[in-house]
Design a protein around this ligand. Structure first.
Ligand code: SAH
Length: 270
């Protein structure tokens, strides 16, 4: 990729790579909030909630660069280029991303571009979807009786170029959290079961976690495709696979605001 280079001139501004958390505005860190309130320009992703965008000052420039499965509003090279251009022309540039910028957020790639262009930056972590979902669905990711470890993987399986390590993910004493996996539920179920993970392993798919529209679909690994195909399931959604999911029934403290639509759906299911 070709970078903007403005010979003889340093970048005027600095970039803050900021994690916005999984949705609930109250899960934003105080540092992120402070930086957002004084931003000159904010480049934000599709996953950042409206309530968080509302914290950006009116006179700041807001640029949507979000990507959603299948729909690209800006390519990654274009975003990298835009960040550099903004850093050369504005003082305080915020790159706002859903969850944590270093977990499946391409934050590393964007920073590498800034380094190459000589732009200063800071990183502000965010609560990643796995932590937000786990907390709000009442599913501890580790538990002495159920899981000694947890692994975060992308379910955006690029099977040809980067084969998935199914054997590595089949350990029954480990919790597996799958980001971006809904469209590949069949491949994930098959890969894990072929590698020896029990089809009866509890799984949860949690959609719009930490928001008023959170829904949790619980079943077993062998039912993963059916759960992922539920017409009530909205994006974004995360899969949690492992025995810890069995705790959700007793630990799910969060009562999302029930909308007329979800109420009608749950009545139809009874
Ligand atoms: N950097 C982000 C992840 C970006 S990848 C983070 O740290 O959370 C996008 C994936 O994150 C989605 O496909 C989905 O699997 C998950 N995700 C993000 N927000 C979510 C939410 N509120 N509820 C459920 N899953 C979410």
């Amino acid at each position: 990729m070709e970078l903007v280079s403005l010979p003889g001139q340093g970048a005027k501004g600095k970039v803050w790579l900021v994690g916005a958390g999984p949705g609930d505005v109250d899960l934003l860190t105080m540092k992120a909030w402070r930086v957002l309130k004084s931003a000159d320009v904010v480049l934000y992703d599709a996953l950042v909630s409206q309530e968080i965008l509302a914290l950006i000052p009116n006179d700041a420039e807001k640029i949507a660069v979000g990507k959603r499965a299948g729909k690209h509003s800006a390519g990654q090279d274009e975003i990298n280029q835009l960040l550099v251009t903004k850093a050369y022309t504005r003082n305080k540039v915020v790159r706002l991303k859903g969850g944590d910028p270093f977990i499946f957020g391409r934050g590393g790639e964007e920073l590498q571009t800034l380094v190459a262009a000589g732009v200063e930056f800071e990183v502000i972590p965010g609560i990643t979807a796995a932590s937000g979902t786990s907390a709000y669905a009442g599913i501890p990711l580790t538990h002495r009786d159920h899981a000694q470890g947890v692994t975060f993987i992308t379910g955006h399986c690029q099977l040809q170029s980067r084969p998935m390590d199914w054997q590595g993910y089949a350990n029954p004493h480990n919790t597996l959290v799958v980001y971006m996996g809904i469209l590949n539920a069949g491949i994930i179920r098959q890969g894990l079961m072929d590698a020896g993970r029990d089809g009866a392993t509890p799984v949860a798919i949690v959609s719009k976690a930490t928001t008023a529209e959170q829904r949790c679909f619980v079943g077993s690994l062998e039912q993963l495709e059916q759960l992922a195909a539920d017409p009530e399931l909205q994006m974004p959604a995360l899969m949690i696979i492992g025995d810890v999911v069995s705790l959700a029934g007793s630990l799910n403290w969060f009562q999302p605001q029930v909308t007329a639509k979800t109420q009608a759906a749950s009545q139809a299911n009874t």
